[in-house]
Ligand binder design. Structure first.
Ligand code: UD1
Length: 420
């Protein structure tokens, strides 16, 4: 198993290029199930989750040619409708095949994803919405079995909670449904917006893109001719590297990014005393005179993302004063706290709120990654620690960060990948 060894450093400088967004790529790959053509996807990131989903599609009979610049996915020969436990257990987002497979074949079985390190993460809202669209859903032996022999029908869906993959799943199901589907309280994340835009550009008329009310005009089972598209930049990867610049208090430029998608993250960094210059696709962060404490509540887009909570928690250990970080989306998303405490951070946890007293002197030690974003928080803490930190179980990190150590090395970090 790989691990990362990182040494504390005093400065970082240069440019980091951002890869395509993992969380945009996953629904876009699932969307190819709705296509009648061989779909060309540009700018897929080189991360494990993408390979997992491509493998799932190929297990179902699809074929693909993976290449970072252009990947082709051909689902014309897809003839299996069961996503088995062995794959779903490695990636919960496999649930994204449920909507499109059911819409195309009238049948789909997906292993129940179960909980994960950051919380229970139910999929009840996906299932309820599909039932409203006419699907019959049963849970049998750990599998979701969904059938809709006469196809899905458009209807009015109101989500009780904003769900990102739930919205994506239903948008894809609705794309092939009979008639019009309206989703109220839809997710407005840029990744959902891109899915809707690609479908809309490919002939599935969708109104309200980017708003909380989406109206999807289904094709009544007709497969779609999906136009080539380029995956949007990964806003969470970009935010993570901005935090790297911030924690070392150095000037750093992030390229191939969409600054518009990082509004809440930049606002919090600004409150902490950092300044920026942006162009249409770059952000440069400049050092703060003094790093100030911050109050953060994670919420749905466009508010502060839960996927940036762990990185800001690491950063808050280097701010002067008390920072308060409240996690509103996932009930157990503070596993990184105990590892940061072992490095010397002064953090107390009360329910879903972390109180961070800074500034702490952190020291390198052996730490364990517990989930994807927690892993990057440990890397950030390692950059600013005295001595050496060994970060174990980085398979979590590899699920979503494209060549993290290579990118950080390029701006002066002392970090290497080793084998246990
Ligand atoms: C997606 C992202 C993940 C991010 C999260 C929140 C992908 C592949 N993953 O996850 O990185 O952290 O959005 O921005 O895009 N919920 C229910 N029932 C459901 C579905 C969700 O109760 O059927 C709850 C969840 O437990 C959670 C909240 O709704 O509390 C939001 O979850 P959701 O937006 O669905 O997260 P994911 O789509 O799984």
């Amino acid at each position: 198993m790989d691990y990362l060894k990182a040494k504390g450093i005093k400065s970082l400088s240069g440019n980091i290029e951002i890869s395509g967004a993992k969380n945009a790529s996953l629904p876009l790959i699932a969307m190819t199930i709705l296509a009648k053509n061989n779909v060309c996807i540009k700018n897929l990131p080189d991360v494990a989750d993408i390979k997992t989903l491509l493998k799932l599609l190929s297990n179902l009979g699809a074929s693909y040619e993976y290449n970072k610049t252009e990947t082709f996915v051909d689902t014309s020969k897809l003839n299996q409708t069961k996503a088995t436990y062995d794959i779903v257990k490695t990636m919960r987002a496999s649930i994204l095949v449920l909507g499109p497979i059911l819409a195309r074949f009238g049948h789909c079985e997906v292993s129940l994803p179960g909980g994960c390190a950051i919380g229970q993460r139910p999929v009840d809202l996906h299932l309820k919405a599909l039932e409203q669209m006419g699907a019959n859903i049963e849970i049998k032996s750990g599998y979701i079995e969904a059938t809709a022999p006469d196809g899905l029908r458009g209807c009015e869906i109101v989500f009780d909670k904003v769900t990102v993959t739930g919205t994506a799943n239903i948008v894809m199901a609705a794309a092939l449904a009979n008639g019009k589907t309206t989703i109220t309280n839809a997710a407005r994340e840029p990744e959902v917006v891109q899915l809707c835009q690609v479908l809309n550009n490919s002939g599935v008329k969708i109104d309200g893109i980017g708003t909380a009310i989406l109206t999807i005009n289904g094709t009544a089972g007709r497969l779609i001719d999906i136009k080539d598209f380029t995956v949007i930049p990964d806003r969470i990867e970009a935010g993570t590297y901005l935090c790297a610049g911030a924690i070392i208090n150095s000037e750093l430029t992030i390229t191939k990014v969409e600054p518009k998608h990082l509004g809440a993250v930049l606002a919090k960094l600004e409150e902490m005393g950092f300044t920026f210059s942006t162009t249409k696709d770059t952000i440069t962060i400049y050092p703060a005179k003094k790093i100030k404490s911050v109050k953060i509540t994670t919420q749905e887009y466009p508010a502060f993302p839960t996927d940036m909570q762990a990185q800001f928690l690491a950063l808050a250990t280097q701010a002067d004063g008390t920072s308060i970080i409240e996690e509103k989306l996932f009930e157990n998303r503070f596993m990184h706290v105990s590892e940061l405490q072992r490095m010397g951070a002064d953090i107390s946890l009360n329910g879903n709120t972390a109180t961070v007293n800074g500034k702490s002197k952190l020291s390198g030690t052996d730490v364990m990654a517990t989930d994807l974003r927690a892993s990057s928080a440990l890397v950030l803490a390692a950059l600013v620690s005295d001595g050496e930190t060994n970060i174990h179980r980085i398979y979590h990190l590899d699920r979503g960060y494209d060549r993290l150590e290579e990118k950080l090395k390029g701006v002066g970090a002392k970090i290497e990948r080793l084998k246990e």
